[in-house]
Design a protein around this ligand. Structure first.
Ligand SMILES: O=C(O)CCC(=O)C1=CC=C[C@@H](O)[C@@H]1C(=O)O
Ligand SMILES: [Mg+2]
Length: 327
């Protein structure tokens, strides 16, 4: 079923939600929410993204609000804790918010920090989890190949599950993958999937062992499942730092995948200072049940974006909508 701009604007609300800790350079998450025949949905490309990229996120929002979700093969998704690039002393406080998660994804290579900061943060996560917990790191492409090799050697003693996007380009990922192959440490691609013209190029080039897939950036659950079906690589579903409404989209994607070998990065509502839902999608015993959520109307009042930001989002919505394929 096709959504019109009028349909979308009829229920659209823009919220501005403070984060508990700075994450990927932002302190506040803005999101537009609207309701389709299937339920509430979220359009929340990061504010610096251009209209072309935002259009894929809008296609995703419409897909989730207007199309039936695919058949689900599980009703609960094991998730990882996500640790922003905080000082080591804050690690226990942050991880306490991810109830029962046995896996932690640690952000590393933050601009303005050093490898020693990363080592201390990863060490603190390991001592929090104990020997049996899993630790993956995500550099968001922040290292060149030599830096990545050096950092991986320094961090390997903490027993890493995988390294997400150590370097920015597919060619660099290929090189670092060759260099650390002897360590048996898998390389996961994230930006090389969600920001690439061809999300499967990194797999074709054999530059990654694992693909991270995100529902909004890839154009929605159905589009992401189409991509998933074309690769034999293991997949991890991760969030785009959404409210519970957008997280619900990611949970439905994870629930529809035939195989789900890794814990998913869908626990990021715990990084927000509050959520739009009365019953937020946060982990219980390390998993989140798959369901849709209805926003609490109070949040639309108390955390409404200011008039200028609201107008900015509505203008962005119109521009992105104009870029959608009418088919
Ligand atoms: O995968 C996770 O644990 C949580 C999601 C997450 O890390 C991200 C969400 C949103 C923006 C990204 O910079 C970031 C990522 O790089 O994976
Ligand atoms: Mg990532």
């Amino acid at each position: 079923m096709l959504a019109t701009l009028t349909d979308i604007l009829a229920t659209a609300r823009v919220v501005s939600i403070p984060l508990r800790q700075r994450f990927r350079g932002i302190d506040t998450r803005e999101a537009m929410l609207f309701e389709g025949p299937q339920g509430w949905t979220e359009f929340s490309p990061f504010v610096e993204y251009g209209d072309e990229e935002a259009a894929a996120w809008l296609a995703a929002a419409i897909d989730f609000g207007w199309n039936e979700t695919p058949a689900l093969v599980r009703d609960s998704i094991p998730v990882n804790a996500t640790l922003p690039a905080v000082g080591a002393g804050l690690v226990p406080d942050v991880l306490d918010r991810f109830a029962g998660c046995r896996t932690v994804k640690v952000k590393v290579a933050e601009i303005g920090q050093t490898l020693d900061d990363d080592v201390q943060r990863v060490a603190a996560a390991r001592s929090y989890l104990g020997a049996e917990g899993r630790i993956r790191i995500d550099a968001n492409g922040g290292w060149n190949v030599d830096e990545a090799e050096h950092a991986i050697h320094a961090l390997a003693e903490y027993d890493l599950e995988y390294v997400e996007q150590p370097c920015a380009t597919v060619e660099e990922l290929w090189q670092i993958r060759q260099r650390v192959k002897y360590m048996g440490l898998p390389i996961a691609a994230d930006e090389s999937v969600r920001k690439a013209d061809d999300p499967l190029e990194v797999a074709r080039q054999e530059a990654a062992d694992i693909l991270v897939i995100k529902a909004q950036p890839l154009g929605g659950i159905h589009a992401a499942l189409g991509i998933a079906g074309q690769t034999g690589l293991p997949l991890v579903v991760s969030s785009a730092l959404e409210t519970s409404v957008g997280i619900s989209m990611g949970l439905h994607l994870a629930a529809a995948l035939p195989e789900l070998p890794y814990d998913c990065g869908l626990a990021t509502v715990s990084l927000l200072s509050l959520d739009v839902a009365l019953d937020p999608l946060v982990p219980v015993d390390g998993s989140i049940g798959v369901r849709r959520v209805v926003p609490n109307g109070r949040v639309f009042v108390d955390y409404a974006a200011g008039a200028d930001r609201d107008a900015w989002w509505r203008a962005r919505l119109e521009r992105a909508f104009a870029l959608l394929d009418p088919a």
